[in-house]
Write a protein that binds this ligand. Structure first.
Ligand code: DC
Length: 224
């Protein structure tokens, strides 16, 4: 990896605030923000559209032939393209979240998305968030952060976000969904969610959004 770009890897469980906190920190630092979960979500949406069982690993692997998934950045905002179509909104529904968690356990899917993530990081100062960025995708990242929070707090944040969007989902459903995804993401055989050995762990339970952003910026500045 070129030494004159700065890559910040931020990993952690669903709902830890990675995306909002990373986006704000990236803006402040003048870096691009790369949300790698969007890539898995796009593959998940593609599988849902094809009507296949997203737990059927060989069937999911087959959906990769002939598809294209891309990230484009417009005014610093990331958009995810599936076969050239902007699916940035469709990937945020609860079924897309569960499909993303399922397809992310398929080795072929991880291999398919690997180069795309590496290429973006090679060319840009970026904050890249995901589950395996510090451990697998960018093991040489200058800064590695593991951002986490208690499950109940993460579920409450997600629940409020969904409510604001007009969703009728209950808190209990959000919490149950999140616990299933936590379990899947940290117990899969390939690239399971876990802190890189050299990561700084930041727990955002009970701290404000601004405090979380500041902690990240401080950590990045210390390591630079
Ligand atoms: O961060 P997110 O909730 O948008 O991620 C959606 C799913 O994709 C999540 O269940 C785990 C998976 N994922 C992954 O396995 N590796 C990444 N680098 C990013 C996301």
């Amino acid at each position: 990896m070129s030494s004159n770009v700065i890559n910040v890897a931020i990993d952690g469980p669903a709902g830890a605030g990675k995306s909002t906190v990373s986006r704000a920190a990236a803006k402040e630092l003048g870096f691009i923000y790369v949300d790698t979960g969007a890539l898995y979500r796009a593959v998940g949406v593609n599988a849902l559209r094809k009507g296949i069982d997203t737990k059927d690993k060989p069937a999911v692997a087959e959906t990769l032939s002939g598809i294209s998934v891309d990230l484009v950045f417009e005014n610093g905002e990331q958009k995810v393209l599936l076969n050239g179509e902007d699916v940035s909104v469709e990937i945020r529904t609860p079924p897309a979240s569960m499909a993303a968690s399922d397809v992310s356990a398929v080795p072929e899917v991880r291999a398919f998305l690997f180069d795309l993530q590496r290429d973006i990081a090679k060319r840009n100062n970026c904050i890249m968030d995901g589950r395996d960025i510090g451990t697998v995708v960018l093991p040489d990242a200058k800064v590695k952060i593991f951002l986490t929070a208690d499950p109940e707090e993460r579920a409450m944040r997600r629940f409020k976000e969904l409510q604001e969007k007009g969703s009728t989902v209950t808190y209990k459903e959000v919490l149950d969904d999140l616990l299933v995804r936590d379990y899947n993401d940290s117990h899969r055989e390939i690239a399971p969610l876990k802190p890189a050995e050299d990561s700084v762990v930041i727990n955002t339970t009970g701290i404000t959004f601004e405090e979380s952003v500041n902690k990240i910026i401080e950590t990045v500045k210390e390591k630079m």
